[in-house]
Design a protein around this ligand. Structure first.
Ligand code: C2E
Ligand code: CA
Ligand code: CA
Ligand code: CA
Length: 279
């Protein structure tokens, strides 16, 4: 039994070692991914349900396809980018890319009300971050309202002076903030009206539990009611079934996002998609 134990410890440390090497390799690859153009953006439509079906906005979602490994999930490479100090470069690329895309769509006569971008909390630790974002927009001839900035509850609750300064500056320049994954964090409701948040994104874990869980339904109803009293829009994420869609609409949710309404897609597909949707 003793040697069994030693054997499994050995396997365990080999496994740890293998993972550490994998991570290091992935981190090196990510450093090059930006320069080599391996990162792209997909866009997922956000659709209003009330009063009529219309495009509310598009959310930009990062994609990485490595030449050998194939697609790597953002749930995997974003945290890696955070640890590797690559967030400033990634965010700069992201905002620039989105601005170009907005102009390309507009030139093709496609009206996209705004593009929602996901901002890592790390971006806010950088002095001058807010100014960089607004400079990039200006360079592309765009305005603050063309973007919607998605942040998570941890950013909102971050007491660092630099973070609060960046939020303040963004708000002064007319940027709107959307609170992502709402309900999964530890946010204090008192922050909601203190900060320039115009939208709450109801986390998909709630949406997916609507059919089975009384608690999920009760919590969703209270989120919708808080948002309404604060004058905020709620976007329900991860809407996959028409039952979820119907229930949410009946309870006053105005915007939906999820596979039922449209998957994340390459930008050029929006041309065909918007024609189909209006037909
Ligand atoms: P998120 O911001 O909560 O994005 C929503 C995720 O749900 C996306 O996963 C999207 O593809 C997925 N999704 C959309 N509709 C449905 C649905 O109906 N059902 C289910 N099960 N899933 C749905 P994705 O693209 O893998 O992104 C994962 C996370 O990675 C994002 O979560 C976001 O936190 C992060 N991320 C993605 N792109 C960026 C980026 O450019 N910058 C930063 N900082 N984070 C990003
Ligand atoms: Ca998001
Ligand atoms: Ca989310
Ligand atoms: Ca998330």
């Amino acid at each position: 039994a003793k040697s069994d134990h030693r054997h499994s410890l050995q396997l365990f440390s080999q496994e740890m070692n293998r993972r550490a090497q994998e991570r290091a390799a992935m981190e090196r690859a990510l450093h090059h991914a930006l320069e080599r153009g391996e990162l792209t953006l997909h866009y997922q439509p956000q659709i209003t349900s009330d009063p009529v079906l219309a495009l509310h906005g598009m959310e930009a979602l990062a994609r990485w396809s490595h030449p050998e490994w194939g697609p790597v999930s953002p749930a995997q490479f974003i945290p890696l980018a955070e640890e590797a100090g690559l967030i400033p470069a990634l965010t700069h690329w992201l905002v620039n890319e989105v601005c170009q895309q907005i102009n390309t769509w507009r030139a093709a006569g496609i009206a996209v009300p705004h593009v929602a971008v996901n901002l890592s909390g790390r971006s806010f630790h950088q002095k001058g971050f807010a100014q960089n974002v607004s400079n990039t927009l200006r360079q592309h001839g765009l305005a603050a309202h063309d973007l919607l900035l998605e942040i998570t509850e941890s950013v909102m609750m971050d007491a660092r002076e630099v973070t609060q300064e960046n939020i303040e500056l963004l708000s002064q320049q007319g940027f709107r903030l959307s609170l992502d994954d709402f309900g999964t964090g530890y946010s204090s409701l008192s922050y909601l009206h203190r900060l320039p948040i115009t939208e709450l994104k109801l986390d998909k874990s709630f949406v997916q539990d609507l059919e089975h869980s009384e608690t999920a339904r009760a919590l969703t109803i209270s989120v919708l009611s808080i948002a309404k009293s604060l004058g905020m829009t709620v976007v329900a994420e991860g809407v996959e079934t028409s039952q979820q869609c119907r229930w949410l609409k009946e309870h006053g949710c105005e915007v939906m996002q999820g596979y039922l309404l449209g998957r994340p897609m390459p930008a050029h597909m929006l041309h065909a998609w918007s024609l189909e949707a209006s037909a």
